[in-house]
Design a protein around this ligand. Structure first.
Ligand code: SF4
Ligand code: SF4
Length: 372
């Protein structure tokens, strides 16, 4: 259950903001507030996930500490956002993974790596990890095809199911209703794909201090589109292997390798940049309790990309076996923990943007005009 302290504090702040309305051009949160006279717990969960944590309202607020109103909206909404991940997690007992989430995700990654190494050495042979394997099907000589596909489909399928159920719970709790209308869907898709509200009031967000910058948006784009390219690479490779009968590895200029290379580089730049921004940024408008979760996911994604690129470079050497086991250990643990890591922010934020596009259209409220 959500802590009443956090929901009470969020309600207190949003009621003050709804009277003040100074920040109404900053993001979607403030126009969404204006459509309400009071805030249910579902409304608060929706607004917490609609917030992109740009921090603009914290530095602009005349009621921020040391004022007695002590308004710190980014911090409170980030704390509540973390609690919504627990609230909507499926199956319910697995919500416990959000407790000390940074440590849990790190341990899961280490266990995933250890399991792949131990199973490969135990069920195949330790020498398999040291031998040179080349030519079509080389990767399957280290990790058998059935095991690789079985674990990949099992972890990915479960992650998708858990996140879809979480999204349905979020949608019902935050108002339910049919998400119909191509216009609302197109608006939400645009806002997600362009990270529209990380543009702040036109100059970006307050990443480190009161200065505006587009840096966070750029790094987030690098990570998001890098991840998307890597998913594209895996999909094309699966078609090559299982439909066309062309098992990996593929040539350096082949479609899966090019997608994976650019995607991996994008992910490394994005994760390293976002990690750095978190380290050097002002900690006051942040929810420190959830910082470990942010760092663990960024580290997991960075390692997934780095080991994937290392595997590409050293695939014809004796390091291939160990690198493949390392890479797959990280990938499998990433997918297994996906519904119980910071990754879910993308699911709930997208759903919140869809709800906002939907209710804005139904209410006839004009679009926030100041964003690029
Ligand atoms: S954050 Fe502060 S300035 Fe902005 S709307 Fe709320 S109370 Fe007003
Ligand atoms: S931190 Fe940014 S996105 Fe969140 S409520 Fe404030 S202005 Fe809006």
């Amino acid at each position: 259950m959500q802590s009443s302290n956090t929901t009470d504090e969020a309600r207190r702040l949003l009621e003050i903001c709804n009277a003040c309305r100074y920040c109404e051009g900053f993001c979607a949160v403030f126009p969404a507030i204006e459509l309400r006279r009071s805030f249910t717990n579902g409304d608060l969960n929706y607004l917490a996930n609609l917030c992109h944590n740009c921090r603009g309202c914290y530095y602009a607020c005349q009621y921020a500490p040391p004022h007695e109103f002590a308004i710190n909206l980014p911090k409170t909404l980030a704390e509540l956002r973390g609690e919504t991940y627990v609230e909507y997690a499926w199956p319910k007992p697995f919500a416990v993974f959000f407790k000390k989430n940074g440590t849990v995700v790190s341990i899961a990654t280490a266990l995933g790596i250890a399991a792949v190494f131990l199973l490969t050495a135990g069920l195949q042979s330790p020498q398999i990890l040291k031998d040179v394997h080349t030519g079509p099907g080389a990767f399957y000589k280290v990790i058998p095809e059935g095991a690789m596909i079985g674990v990949a489909l099992g972890t990915t399928g479960f992650a998708i199911l858990a996140m879809v159920i979480g999204a349905i719970r979020f949608w019902r709790d935050t108002g339910g209703g049919k998400a119909t209308g191509l216009h609302a869907l197109a608006t939400a898709a645009r806002d997600v794909l362009t990270l529209r509200y990380l543009g702040g009031a036109g100059d970006g967000c307050n990443n480190r201090d009161e200065q505006f910058s587009q840096t966070r948006r750029v790094y987030h784009h690098a990570l998001f589109y890098g991840f998307t390219l890597c998913m594209g690479s895996t999909t094309v490779a699966a078609i090559y292997d299982h439909i066309l009968g062309w098992p990996a590895p593929y040539a350096f200029l082949s479609v899966p390798v090019l997608l994976g290379t650019f995607g991996g580089i994008g992910m490394m730049i994005g994760t390293a940049g976002l990690y750095w921004l978190k380290l050097v940024g002002d900690q006051t408008p942040t929810a420190r309790k959830w910082m470990g979760s942010d760092y663990a996911l960024l580290m997991q994604l960075f390692l997934a990309a780095a080991t994937g690129l290392a595997l590409l470079v050293f695939r014809s050497s004796s390091a291939m076996g160990a690198l493949l086991a390392l890479h797959l250990g990280i990938i499998f643990s990433f997918f297994a923990m996906m519904p119980y890591s910071k990754f879910v922010h993308g699911v709930y934020r997208s759903a919140a943007l869809l709800r906002y596009a939907h209710e804005r259209r139904n209410s006839g409220q004009p679009e926030v005009a100041t964003h690029s």
